[in-house]
Ligand binder design. Structure first.
Ligand SMILES: [Fe+2]
Length: 137
């Protein structure tokens, strides 16, 4: 079952929305690969994507928070930092131990959790805040 991005999650910023759409694509693509038995071939590509994503996307998102005086920036930033650490830890484990089933499973869990717990909750709260700021101006 694929999880799809929808307008409901839009933060009203094309760049950030595009980054969110891309992470949905990456998660769905990785889950499909696992179901087809090719997760091992993709896991490092996916982790490399996530390393890049955490740098550029979080920077853009936090900039949007500062611009809109988002009150929960500190807490949101902590979630970003934790995800960065988790992604780097997963990548390091695979580099040390090689690709294995546990590494693939942990990566997929981290990604699905990120979608469900962060993008659908914390980023949605940010989206609502930005919309309310725009509707006032
Ligand atoms: Fe976020």
């Amino acid at each position: 079952m694929a999880v799809e991005w929808s307008e409901y999650l839009s933060v009203g910023n094309e760049r950030i929305d595009g980054q969110h759409k891309e992470i949905f694509r990456q998660v769905n693509g990785f889950i499909d690969a696992i179901n087809q038995g090719t997760g091992a071939l993709k896991v490092l590509d996916v982790l490399n994507f996530l390393v890049e994503y955490t740098v550029t996307h979080f920077h853009d998102e936090e900039e949007a928070m500062r611009e809109s005086h988002y009150p929960d920036l500190e807490q949101h930033h902590k979630e970003h930092e934790k995800f960065c650490r988790d992604v780097l830890g997963l990548k390091k484990q695979i580099e040390i131990k090689g690709v294995n089933k546990i590494g693939i499973l942990r990566t997929s869990h981290a990604m699905v959790n990120w979608l469900v717990r962060h993008i659908l909750v914390a980023d949605k709260a940010l989206a609502d805040h930005i919309r309310s700021v725009h509707s006032l101006s």
